[in-house]
Design a protein around this ligand. Structure first.
Ligand code: PLP
Length: 402
């Protein structure tokens, strides 16, 4: 058989990505191996997706069993796994109802449409403004990328959906200045992931909730990246002490199997009557069965406490590295979504740390050009962590040495 090489990517795949030069071929726990059988410690977790590591035996087992039972029926029939998953998710959260789809962008697309539709029905067509935050990221469909706070991602595709206003994150005065009776929703990540691993101030989050209530606007929390245990609670809102009206999640929900979800309260959910919104694959038995198993494993007090414990490992190890190399100005974030912010002399160089990591056999991420991001499996072992950080320290040494 012809050997597959990285060069094929540049020949036959639409160049939306610039993938690393190695091709991973198998994974186990927080380890990956490439075509040459070179080992990598994975502290990137498939960008906050592989919450239980690679090929977790319980997820594999569920995938095999469900794969031998029922894959897809479409939404003119329901199925047992989707009903069990919905029940578990509403039991564990503020929500009364769940909508399932296949990605974070789709979950947000549903959330934004739902907020618009709810305002339209409850208050009239004039209540159509969505307020979001600069540097926020909500996906790549045209609506979600327009709500996202980086114009460079949404420019150049023709006319954008209207009535979307952006303000600075954690800037209450800026939000107060634009929120009005016209606002139907405020959309925020409780901790901006792609935008630089930037947490919301507690007071800010509370004030956003109050402003939404005062203006009869819905509060949407995008927990696509922060959800499913990533910050040390099932969802980040649980530590903020602020409940949203709509919550979206995806990424870790399926532990690596594509699935997204939108959660909301009863009265809001009722706006999505049959035919108003939908998707062919949403809530399919295969994805939901895997997500149900992942949900059971993640929504476990010991697992969630373990996230906090591992946060401590990272903060300690990064402090030691920084005491030697002085390359970070700060480590921020929560749980296992952490960002090492580059010191002024390394501005713009986050990618160099990722590349040096690959050379050393450890996978980390960027979050913008100035932050090195860690989003590993929630069950990362101490042994995997120690080896990964040893390799990361070598990567930092290489970058510092130029
Ligand atoms: N929302 C947030 C907060 C994200 O971090 C992402 C992806 O990085 C998305 C939405 C989009 O999710 P997806 O890539 O699954 O469409």
């Amino acid at each position: 058989m012809e050997q597959v090489t990285r060069a094929w990517f540049d020949e036959v795949v639409v160049p939306t990505y610039a993938p690393a030069q190695f091709i991973p071929v198998r994974g186990l726990g927080s380890r990956l191996w490439d075509q040459q059988d070179r080992e990598y410690i994975d502290l990137a977790g498939g960008i906050a997706v592989n919450a239980l590591g690679h090929c977790h035996p319980a997820l594999v087992q569920t995938l095999i069993e469900q794969g031998q039972t029922l894959w897809h029926v479409s939404n003119w029939m329901t199925n047992e796994p989707v009903l069990r998953l919905a029940r578990k998710m509403v039991d564990a959260t503020f929500a009364d109802r769940a909508f399932f789809c296949n990605s974070g962008a789709e979950a947000n697309e549903a959330a934004f449409k739902l907020a618009r539709r709810y305002a339209h029905e409850q208050h009239g067509a004039q209540k159509d403004q969505i307020i979001a935050f600069f540097q926020g990221f909500h996906g790549r469909t045209f609506f979600t990328v327009s709500v996202g706070g980086q114009a460079s991602y949404s420019d150049g595709f023709g006319p954008k959906p209207g009535q979307i206003q952006h303000v600075a994150y954690n800037d209450l005065a800026a939000l107060q200045a634009v929120i009005s009776e016209r606002t139907c929703a405020v959309v925020m990540e409780p901790l901006q992931g792609e935008g630089g691993v930037l947490p919301a101030d507690l007071e800010f989050a509370k004030a956003v909730r109050e402003l939404c209530d005062a203006h009869q606007a819905l509060l949407i929390f995008d927990e696509v990246q922060t959800g499913m245990g990533r910050t040390g609670s099932l969802f980040a809102y649980m530590q903020l002490g602020v409940e949203p009206d709509i919550l979206t999640t995806a990424k870790a929900l399926g532990g690596g199997f594509p699935i997204g979800a939108m959660l909301t309260r009863e009265a809001i959910a009722q706006v999505f009557k049959p035919g108003v919104h939908g998707t062919t694959f949403g809530g399919n038995p295969l994805a939901c069965a895997v997500a149900e198993t992942a949900f059971e494993l993640i929504n476990d007090p010991a697992q969630l406490a373990g996230v906090k414990e591992r946060e401590g490992w990272f903060r300690e190890a990064l402090a030691v590295i920084n005491a030697q190399y002085h390359c970070f100005s700060e480590v921020r974030g929560q749980g296992l979504l952490l960002g090492a912010v580059l010191a002024p002399e390394y501005q713009g160089k986050a990618k160099a740390f990722v590349d040096a990591g690959i050379e050393q056999g450890v996978l980390v991420l960027v979050a913008g050009a100035n932050v090195v991001r860690f989003a590993p499996a929630l069950n990362l072992s101490r042994e995997e962590f120690d080896l990964g950080m040893q390799r990361f320290a070598a990567a930092v040494a290489a970058v510092v040495a130029g």
